[in-house]
Design a protein around this ligand. Structure first.
Ligand SMILES: Cc1ncc(COP(=O)(O)O)c(C=O)c1O
Length: 365
């Protein structure tokens, strides 16, 4: 028998694969119901922007062609909207691919990347597969980043520091002052990758102005996505803004046709759908307020969020997660490090209400 574990090597065979949530249709089939709700993956519950749907339909007959290798039109449009040169943008199959490109381009076997814990597990999975250590620095008790500890952990081997801002799964954020202080501390040959997947939802007044920082610090790169506020998670498209020389290096490693054409067309149209973006952000703000109020009524502690999800302390996270499943509500249990919590994506008003009703029932029973 072929020894696949040996062939893959220790770095790969010891990896714990990323665990996606249960598909909604599966849960409905198991429970014999038709109205389960999934608030587990921080998707946009407002749906897909109408303009994106329309544009995709109009271009389906062109899908016998390869996509534009550099997302030419999308890049031009986004560059204009962000007021940056197109040379400073790169697109990926989700911002996940940008994380992978950064690690493959700028870190070598034996070197390391660093992030804080708990944060987005994908940094560690991608690094490990490439033979690169991911140093995880614990957050403070209030889930905010401990920059003193991060500074202590920075050594010669660290090539990239991944800072999710706002963070997943906590919803916490790094302020402008904290971030700039840290960038000033870091050697210019160490990259700081800001993972800003949820940036559109932010309302904290002291959140960093990334564009100002990008002008000042060439070792800074910002990763963003169309998966969240833009409602295009299934299309898989994200991007990064960085120094043009940094982007040039990433482009050398990128597969020539990495972002499919349907995704490029949907993203271009979504940029025009300002109403959709505005209503997504408004829905999130109102849903956040409603959920905070309901958690307080139920006597549950939660972490204030800058994102489209909330980490809430329910006592026994795994038990509540499993009981909610049987009630047709999928949330996320995040493992032993956050064993008292579940993470819930902010949904539509109806979904939020169903979640609260079921949560109350589960906690009472
Ligand atoms: C912090 C963070 N970064 C990146 C991503 C990945 O987004 P994408 O869909 O663009 O790959 C997610 C997705 O949940 C996330 O939470």
């Amino acid at each position: 028998m072929t020894d696949f574990e040996k062939l893959a090597g220790e770095n790969i065979s010891s990896l714990i694969p990323y665990k996606p949530g249960k598909p909604l249709k599966e849960l409905e089939r198991e429970l014999g119901i038709s109205e389960a709700i999934k608030l587990a993956s921080n998707e946009n519950m407002m749906g897909v922007p109408e303009k994106a749907k329309q544009a995709v339909k109009e271009h389906l007959d062109e899908m016998n062609f390869y996509p534009l290798g550099d997302a030419f039109y999308l890049k031009k449009k986004l560059a204009r909207m962000l007021n940056v040169s197109p040379d400073r943008l790169i697109f990926g199959t989700g911002s996940n691919e940008i994380i992978e490109l950064l690690i493959r381009t700028f870190a070598k076997e034996g070197e390391s990347v660093l992030s804080y814990f708990p944060s987005f597990s994908v940094y560690g999975i991608i690094a490990k597969a490439a033979g690169i250590e991911c140093k995880w620095v614990p957050v403070k008790d209030d889930f905010y980043v401990d920059f003193d500890k991060i500074k202590e952990a920075m050594d010669e081997s660290v090539r990239i520091v991944f800072l999710a801002n706002p963070n997943n799964p906590t919803g916490t954020y790094i302020s402008a002052e904290q971030l700039e202080d840290f960038i000033e501390y870091v050697d210019e040959n160490t990259l700081i990758a800001l993972d800003e997947a949820y940036v559109e939802y932010v309302d904290a007044p002291d959140f960093p102005n990334t564009f100002k920082l990008l002008e000042k610090y060439p070792n800074l790169i910002s990763m963003r996505t169309f998966s969240k506020a833009y409602g295009l998670a299934g299309f898989r498209i994200g991007y990064a803004i960085g120094h043009e020389k940094c982007i040039d290096m990433l482009n050398r490693v990128r597969q020539p046709f990495n972002v499919n054409m349907v995704a490029q067309i949907a993203a271009e149209a979504a940029l025009d759908d300002k109403d959709f973006l505005r209503s997504s952000i408004k829905n999130n703000r109102e849903g956040k307020r409603y959920l905070y109020k309901e958690f307080e009524r139920l006597g549950l502690k939660y972490v204030e969020t800058q994102s489209n999800f909330i980490l809430v302390n329910v006592g026994d996270g795994e038990e509540v997660f499993n009981k909610l499943l049987t009630e047709g509500v999928i949330v996320r249990f995040l493992g032993q490090a956050l064993k008292e919590y579940v993470r819930v994506t902010i949904g539509t008003p109806e979904q939020n209400k169903i979640f609260i009703d079921k949560l109350s029932k589960v906690l009472e029973g």
